[in-house]
Design a protein. Sequence first.
Length: 359
Amino acid sequence: MRADALVLALFALTACASAPEPAPRWSIVVHGGAGVIERANLSPELEAEYRAAMRQALSIGGDILDGGGSALDAVEATVVYLEDHPLFNAGRGAVFSAEGRNELDASIMDGRSRAAGAVAGVTQIRNPILAARAVMEQSPHVMLVGEGAEAFARTQDLQEAPPAWFFTERRWRQLEGYMLRNGLPVPPRPPGAPLAPQAYRDAAPDDHQFGTVGVVAYDVRGDIAAGTSTGGTTGKRWGRVGDAPIIGAGTYAQNGVCGVSATGTGEFFIRVGVARDICARMQLRGEGAQQAADAVIADVGATLNAAGVAGDGGVIVLDGRGRHAFAMNTPGMYRAYLDEGGAPQVFIFADEDPPHGHH
Ligand code: ASP
């Protein structure tokens, strides 16, 4: 390269690095879970379905934000759509516990006041994110679990759903595989579930513990909200709860600082305190969303369990001005963003969207 070309290239590089990132008037970022999602094991049809669902999720939240609606309403409506969508491990389509049940966890946080609400281990609430919001707004508490949470939801007239509503053959097959691999008994199919089909071809990747959904939104008033919803991990036992309903682990929102929703091996995300740690880095160290997210996901990847296994997963983040970042240490994460006036952007594989954020 000639010297003057080199100087020009260097100039372009520094100019790009130091140019202030434009802040959108509103924005939304969505995930649909992280994990071993690779081109080789995702059929073109299924990939197209995931991309369409992510685009639809963006347009539901984006329409609310574009009409001047609140970040909280955008998060809620987008999560409801993804909970009702059978492809994702949240609400309908959730993974099964070892007992053959769908035990659902969700949380939501309002960045204005840092009010928050969560439910864990619920089995009969059609949309756990609505229950989480009701806990935040209609109860003096932040987190309700199990039967108590169901009883509270009934006082709020939230729609109930029978086990058959949440059932999908794909998740059931994933449970069977998990139980057999681990030498555990396969439980009976849930009441009301359809009979096992004769021929079943699973075109899905073996993403048995992934598919959690999360949304972070930034509205025209500059308010941030975040929400996360999941069925947890396949074959979970003993009332296991992951990071998704834990404020500061799976979800966090604080106006002027950040919004985060996480997905991955919850046991590690809880121990690292992922969502709050990202926000704390941004708030106290002045790190950008990408830098903070990368550092905390690296920490998750370096944190081992007793068996010497590291955590994996990813996060979606908005900074205090609504600019997004993604980070993951998995081969893929269903993720998407939309800024006011921009085109919807959807990504699946880790190498599709190299980090380019706001350091
Ligand atoms: N984080 C969720 C949990 O541990 C699972 C996931 O995101 O895939 O329950």
